[in-house]
Design a protein around this ligand. Structure first.
Ligand code: 8X3
Length: 825
């Protein structure tokens, strides 16, 4: 009999099923978690209500001032809450899981959203009658005709619209060249938290007041640009201080009513913290953690950042506070972990709500990427791991929750202990930490103009992106491009089955007429280039429009370049900034394997005619299984096979060359990225059967991973294919998300850990960008799909984040089940 090795996560879940864990005493964080676990999140309308109320009163004023005043209104009026048992306070919505509404962005979807969100298959939300009334009666009417989404739709030409929205209804996405700027006002982002911890907002406010005094009273620029900017910094400083103090007042009030003396004392300390931070510099580890959380939470109220605001290098900027408190005996490691766990459960209650159906489809399972970065190198380029780094890993192992999204930076000199503890944490099976490679990221940041200390100090943000606080200035969300649709248009001369007789793409000719694979490939590359053209046109409009619609005074108050230039972070360009933007290649593995199959079987071996291929794909392979099997036998990406990998490299090269040439016109680094969130699922739903044997309307390959089941030569071959397909000589590249699924048996025991560490070292040597693992048995996933009630705690790695498997759509569950399960390293 073969015994299946289970991951620690699988063992926990098995034990839960048989009720073996019930006697275990719950930690504070687990108790808080239990109070909302499994509940569907609710929409909280108050952010939208107070922003709308304030915006009505400030028409005609500078946008940054209007934003600061809206935040102040929120800070004055919105309800504040303190959760039972919590040590870290600051939430912006009802108890339990909640999501906010940002009507300035895509409020034109509100009427539909209120009706559909509770029923939506992916990431549903509940809404009370009163919140629905506020949104429909008080919020939506004001924003009609003023939203960013409506303006963007108006700005795009008919030609570009065809690839973007249904031309007859711009509320419907086409999932071809998909803008993502209308469902988040900013891409993932990292603040300079260290600055707030060291200075506090009273000092930030004082500096703005001093700068105001020094303005030239006769200068038109000082009057119309600098003064509003500085006044906004003063107002937003007041706002965040007030918001924190209101939490202090509530804590004091609660302490007076509290019968339990221990909790009463806790509430008094909470009150004292809230009166001190973020107004003043943090003096203890507890204050530093509270200050950081207030800033992060208030940023979430300020704007909808795709994938939410990241936490930055927490093991670095919190370390001095931790060290001082541990040395003076006021903090123990258990105490530090308890505080961190309290932040993680606070974080887990704010759910990034997407009201547009497209936003929802891109972010299944309540996606979130508030990366906490650990490890890596210091600004001086030496290893940065410290005692706190290990505490973060321990917190992740002891309190398995899908928050925060832990990102471990790895470099060639990462200490052995660190590599092993990272590997042990990965072995737990809940998908943490994801790995980011200094050996790829640091040189690239240098090549884009960063200094050594800036590049070494990058923090992970979003799925796999790397940000340099105070140097990065580009927050525009980017285009996700469905290149599998370009392939379909190559097969059908500009058409797609999903969109009928409408010619959407280029008419590159009937493939039956192509004499060679070169002709076929050339037609595909024309379609690819045409998609890129429309993506860049979209981005040009997005850059132009964003500063007219959004401002972020809080985020700007922490950014050195915003302050030096008196410019909001949403400004199209900020002097001295390095603009790190992206566009996405979606369906990479699908396109590579399809081209490889056409080359090998149609043009080289002539085993299938192009007519037969078209008949088979048009019929979704029904009645053509023999042809499908032949197609599946073609060389495929992910196997360290030069035949497929050389096609992959060419696709990457052509996209890089495009951006190398046209980014300059946009004035930014619009780099090539392979990071799908969950878009490969809705993108797959518009693409009919492809020559790699993929059935119609099923998910595309994700990120830079191989097609489902195509990588059969083990994980090292997957890494090598990734390496071989990259164009290291061109600097316009960015993150490549790479998922690898292993069975627990291949990392079992000490030998398994050794193998995992070796694999990580190989990945680091190959200068690949990102890597994350699912360590799980396929049977567990199949069982969880069948019996979701037993598997509510099962976490899986999706796309740069971990989510509860049972909260994913059936399509995404099937996608994860179908990813290749490597049985040996
Ligand atoms: C993926 C999320 O915000 O960069 O990491 O598009 S975002």
């Amino acid at each position: 009999m073969v015994t299946t090795v289970l991951s620690p996560q699988e063992i926990r879940i098995e034990s839960e099923i048989s009720n073996k864990l019930n006697f275990i005493k719950k930690s504070r964080a687990e108790k808080i978690l239990d109070s909302f676990k499994g509940e569907r999140p609710r929409i909280d309308a108050y952010r939208a209500k107070y922003f709308t109320e304030s915006f009505k009163e400030t028409e005609g004023e500078a946008l940054i001032l209007r934003w600061a005043k809206a935040l102040k209104r929120y800070a004055e009026k919105a309800p504040v809450y303190i959760d039972k048992d919590q040590l870290i306070v600051g939430r912006s919505g009802y108890p339990g899981r909640y999501g906010l509404v940002y009507p300035e962005l895509d409020g034109d979807f509100l009427d539909i959203a209120i009706k559909e969100l509770p029923k939506r298959e992916t990431s549903p939300f509940n809404i009370s009658k009163e919140d629905a009334r506020i949104l429909i009666e008080e919020v939506a009417p004001y924003w009609k005709g003023k939203t960013f989404h409506e303006d963007l739709a108006k700005a795009l030409s008919d030609e570009t619209i065809k690839y973007t929205y249904n031309p007859n209804n711009t509320l419907e996405s086409r999932f071809i060249v998909n803008e993502t700027a209308s469902f988040r006002s900013s891409i993932q982002w990292v603040h300079d938290y260290e600055k707030v911890l060291k200075l506090g907002y009273i000092e930030i406010r004082n500096q703005a007041l001093k700068a105001l005094e020094e303005l030239d009273p006769f200068s038109p620029v000082d009057n119309t640009e600098k003064a509003p900017f500085l006044n906004a910094i003063v107002i937003v400083s007041d706002a965040i201080i007030l918001w924190a103090r209101r939490h202090g007042d509530l804590a004091l009030e609660l302490s007076k009513r509290e019968n339990d003396s221990i909790r009463r004392d806790e509430l008094k300390v909470i009150a004292s913290n809230c009166y001190r931070v973020p107004a003043y510099p943090a003096e203890s580890f507890y204050e530093a953690v509270q200050s950081q959380w207030f800033v992060q939470m208030f940023s979430r109220i300020e704007q909808k950042t795709g994938t939410v605001i990241s936490n930055g290098r927490m093991d670095q900027y919190l370390y001095p506070y931790y060290k001082k408190d541990v040395e003076s005996g006021v903090l123990t490691d258990e105490g530090a972990i308890e505080l961190l766990d309290c932040v993680w459960v606070a974080m887990a209650q704010f759910i990034d709500l997407y009201i547009s159906p497209t936003g929802g489809a891109f972010n299944e399972g309540y996606a979130h990427w508030e990366a906490v970065t650990i490890g890596g190198q210091t600004k001086e380029g030496v290893d940065a791991t410290n005692d706190l780094t290990y505490l973060f890993l321990e917190s992740k192992k002891n309190f398995p929750l899908n928050y925060p999204d832990l990102a471990a930076r790895i470099h060639t000199r990462s200490p052995i202990r660190y590599l092993y503890e990272v590997a042990e944490t990965i072995k737990d099976g809940s998908g943490f930490p994801k790995l980011i490679n200094d050996e790829e990221v640091v040189p690239l940041l240098l090549s884009k103009g960063a200094s050594f200390d800036e590049a070494y100090d990058y923090a992970v943000s979003g799925c796999a992106e790397c940000r340099m606080p105070n140097r990065d200035t580009y927050t525009s969300p980017c285009a996700y491009i469905n290149f599998a649709a370009a392939l379909e248009m190559t097969l059908y001369n500009g058409k797609m089955q999903k969109y009928g007789d409408e010619v959407i793409g280029l008419e590159t000719g009937d493939p039956r007429e192509f004499k060679s694979f070169d002709e076929f490939f050339d037609a595909y590359l024309k379609q690819q280039k045409n998609f890129l053209k429309h993506a860049f046109i979209q981005q040009h409009e997005i850059i132009r429009l964003r500063e007219q619609h959004f401002a972020a005074p809080l985020s700007s108050s922490m950014h050195r370049l915003c302050l030096e230039n008196y410019k909001d972070i949403h400004s199209a360009h900020i002097e001295g900034g390095i603009d790190l933007g992206y566009f996405e290649f979606i369906g990479y593995g699908t396109v590579i394997d399809s081209l490889s199959a056409v080359k090998k079987l149609v043009f080289e071996h002539k085993k299938i005619t192009i007519d037969e291929l078209l008949e088979a794909t048009q019929n979704n392979f029904e009645g053509y299984e023999a042809i499908r099997q032949q197609l599946l036998s073609a060389p495929s990406y992910g196997n360290n096979d030069e035949y497929a990998d050389s096609i992959a490299k060419k696709l990457d090269y052509e996209a890089l060359k495009f951006t190398e040439k046209y980014s300059k016109e946009l004035g930014v680094n619009l780099d090539l990225r392979y990071v799908p969130f969950t878009s490969h699922v809705p993108f797959g739903k518009v693409v009919s059967a492809t020559p790699n044997g993929r059935f119609s309307f099923t998910p595309l390959a994700d990120g830079s991973s191989a097609s489902h089941g195509a990588d059969v030569n083990g994980p090292t071959a997957v890494l090598l294919s990734n390496f071989e397909s990259k164009n290291y000589g061109i600097k316009n590249r960015a993150a490549r998300l790479l998922n690898i699924k292993l069975t627990p048996s291949c990392v079992d025991g000490d030998e398994g850990t050794d193998r995992l560490v070796d694999l990580i070292r190989t990945w680091c040597d190959l200068k690949l960008w990102h890597l994350q693992f699912n360590i799980i048995n396929k049977e567990t996933l199949i069982e969880a799909k069948k019996n979701p009630e037993d598997y509510s705690n099962l976490l899986v790695r999706v796309a740069g984040y971990s989510a509860y498997f049972v909260e994913l759509s059936e399509d995404l569950q099937d996608d994860i089940i179908a990813r290749t399960e490597h049985r040996a390293i």
